[in-house]
Ligand binder design. Structure first.
Ligand SMILES: [Zn+2]
Length: 299
């Protein structure tokens, strides 16, 4: 086995039988770590035709917005994400593409902030009706094959998406070809150098098994950017209290005694737990050890 990122053949089994504790869609999976660059990868890689079965109909990211506490917290999160992303967009006419837009909250938030040239692609058409009339151009596609729009983008966003692909290098190569000269790719993805990874191990929300296939860290994501010829790579820590609460929920779901029925992969206590975890998430962010990171890869 050769590492996808650094080509080293020194790979060790890091975790065996990591379960899908959120949706119970698939058998437990194993993960390898590259001892040279630290890239964590599912082993064996799933077959392409198995991947759609990992996303059940009640998958959280495809839920329409509701007027409940969970949705309102999500709204706050997307508002803050929008302001972090728009720092990298020079004008309101810029072409912006989101790959894996889920329920479309980020695209809609960009729309509300006056950005009009918005594009989205996802592998399923589940959420298209709610976004149809907002003037956002949408396509179903697998970006491992190609980007489905014949235009150049100033910004391509993947919010917790790159870790879901079997071939993230081809995805980023395809994206790079679709960038303008000064364009950039913004990735939000789990950071395996996070404190929570060390603490929660196989219950770490970052595994999201079997849906997460490659897990990067704040160092090897820079190697990846260099390898693909990006001129500048910037990595920032991202606060996400939801991730700590999912890790805790995973621990409870893994125990027979505390196992409860989940709705959309969430327990009744998940949202209040996220609020309680917010100060911890902020502290982790201060020391740069958050579960999530934001990487900006400049063309
Ligand atoms: Zn490696």
């Amino acid at each position: 086995m050769e590492c996808t990122l650094c080509n080293s053949t020194n790979q060790e089994l890091i975790f065996k039988d990591v379960k899908d504790l959120e949706y119970e869609t698939y058998k437990p999976v194993d993960f390898l770590i590259c001892t040279r660059c630290g890239l964590i990868s599912q082993h064996p890689l799933p077959e392409q035709n198995e991947i759609p079965t990992f996303y059940p109909f009640d998958y959280r990211n495809y839920l329409p917005e509701k007027n409940n506490l969970f949705s309102n917290l999500k709204k706050i999160q997307f508002k803050s994400l929008t302001s972090r992303i728009t720092k990298y967009i020079t004008n309101k006419e810029a072409n912006i593409l989101e790959i894996g837009f889920g329920n479309g909250q980020l695209l809609l938030s960009l729309k509300e902030n006056g950005y009009d040239n918005l594009y989205g692609t996802d592998f399923t058409d589940r959420v298209f009706p709610t976004l149809k009339d907002r003037g956002i151009q949408l396509q179903i596609s697998n970006v491992e094959k190609s980007i489905p729009f014949n235009t150049k983008f100033e910004v391509i966003i993947m919010n917790n998406v790159i870790e879901h692909f079997i071939d993230p290098i081809t995805v980023l190569t395809n994206c790079k070809k679709s960038l303008t000269k000064n364009g950039c790719i913004i990735l939000i993805t789990p950071n395996s150098n996070a404190l929570e990874f060390k603490l929660f191990k196989t219950c770490w929300a970052g595994f999201h098994a079997p849906r997460h296939i490659f897990l990067f860290n704040n160092k090897n994501i820079k190697m990846l950017g260099d390898k693909l010829g990006f001129s500048k790579i910037n990595v920032e820590s991202m606060t996400d209290p939801g991730q700590i609460s999912i890790s805790i929920q995973n621990i409870f779901q893994n125990l027979k005694l505390t196992k409860t029925k989940l709705k959309n992969g969430m327990s009744w206590y998940l949202t209040p737990l996220s609020i309680l975890c917010a100060p911890i998430a902020l502290a982790e962010n201060t020391i740069g050890k958050s579960t999530s990171m934001m990487c900006v890869l400049k063309n």
